[in-house]
Design a protein around this ligand. Structure first.
Ligand code: KIV
Length: 273
C-alpha cells in the first residue's frame, strides 16, 4: 500500500497576494490574537491573518484601540505565529509606537519582526507616515497601509462614521493610496468608505486593496474574528456579516455545565479515576 507523503502547506507571501490580484482571485483576511483561534483560522486556509490592534477592544475590553502597547502586540503576535503554518501574518503597529518619527517606526517594526516572528506590519495614515513607511520597507519589512476610517485617530474624527464621503477627503485618500503604492507598500486596507470610491482606488492600484466596510469592488475582505463569530453581540455595523452566534452557544454551554455541577451530574462514573 502506498502512503501519500505529507505535503507542508504552501505559505502565503506578499507576492502570492500580488499574483492573486493579477488573476482576480479575492483575498480573505481575518484577525486573530491568540494561539487556539489562530490555529483554526489557519487550518481553514485563510490567506492573511491580521494581529490587529483591535485586540485592545476585543481581548482587553478597552473602548478604543489606543491603549494597547507594543509589548502587548508582540505577545499576541507571538501566540498567533506559533499556530500558523500557511497564512501571511501581519501585525499592527500600535498607537504611539510610530507616530513620533521614522526611526521610532523602524525600531517598533523591527521589535515586532524579531520578537514575534511576524511576516509584515500594518500602520494607519497616509502622507503623514510616508517617511516611516519608506524607512521600514528599506529595512526589508513589508508594510500594509490603512486608510479611510483609521481607529487610532478616533479622537480627531470624533465618530466612527463613514469616511471620505466629501470630495476633499476622497481626493486625499486617492493621493495617499498612490503615494503608499509608490513607497512600496505591498497592500492597503480601506476601512469604512463609500464602495464606489474603494472600487476606483482598487482599479488605480497594482497592489491589492483589502476592504472592511468598503464594498465588493476591492481585492479582498477583512473582518474582526470575534465580530464575525458573534462573540461580541453588541457590535453590528451594516458591513459586518455574522456567521455564528458564539456568544449564545458559549453562554448556553457554560449554563449547562453549571447545572451539571450543581446537580452532581458531572462528573459521572466514566469521568473519574
Ligand atoms: O485592528 C484591526 O482589527 C484592523 C482591521 C479592522 C482592519 O485594523
Amino acid at each position: 500500500m502506498s502512503v501519500t507523503p505529507h505535503k507542508p502547506a504552501k505559505r502565503v507571501t506578499v507576492h502570492t497576494l500580488e499574483e492573486m490580484k493579477q488573476r482576480g482571485e479575492k483575498i480573505s483576511m481575518l484577525t486573530a490574537y491568540d494561539y487556539s483561534l489562530a490555529k483554526i483560522v489557519d487550518d481553514a486556509n485563510i490567506d492573511v491573518i491580521l494581529v490587529g490592534d483591535s485586540a485592545s477592544n476585543v481581548m482587553a475590553g478597552h473602548e478604543t484601540t489606543l491603549p494597547i502597547t507594543l509589548d502587548q502586540m508582540i505577545y499576541h503576535a507571538s501566540s498567533v505565529i506559533r499556530a500558523v503554518k500557511r497564512a501571511l501574518v501581519v501585525v499592527d503597529l500600535p498607537f504611539g509606537s510610530y507616530q513620533g518619527n521614522s526611526k521610532e517606526a523602524l525600531l517598533s517594526s523591527i521589535r515586532i519582526m524579531k520578537e514575534s516572528g511576524a511576516h509584515a506590519i500594518k500602520l494607519e495614515g497616509g502622507e503623514e507616515v510616508l517617511e516611516s513607511i519608506k524607512r521600514i520597507i528599506s529595512a526589508g519589512v513589508p508594510v500594509m497601509g490603512h486608510l479611510g476610517l483609521t481607529p487610532q485617530s478616533i479622537y480627531k474624527f470624533g465618530t466612527y462614521a463613514v469616511r471620505a464621503v466629501e470630495k476633499e477627503e476622497a481626493d486625499k485618500l486617492i493621493k495617499d493610496a498612490l503615494l503608499m503604492q509608490d513607497a512600496g507598500c505591498f497592500a492597503i486596507v480601506l476601512e469604512k468608505i463609500p464602495a464606489d470610491l474603494a472600487e476606483r482606488v482598487t482599479a488605480m492600484l497594482k497592489i491589492p486593496v483589502i476592504g472592511i466596510g468598503a464594498g465588493a469592488g476591492v481585492d479582498g475582505q477583512v473582518l474582526v474574528l470575534h465580530d464575525m463569530l458573534g462573540i461580541n453581540k453588541d457590535f453590528s455595523p451594516r458591513f459586518m456579516r455574522r456567521y455564528l452566534n458564539l456568544y449564545e452557544s458559549i453562554k448556553g454551554s457554560i449554563e449547562h455545565y453549571i447545572e451539571d455541577v450543581k446537580s452532581q451530574d458531572f462528573p459521572n462514573q466514566n469521568e473519574q479515576y
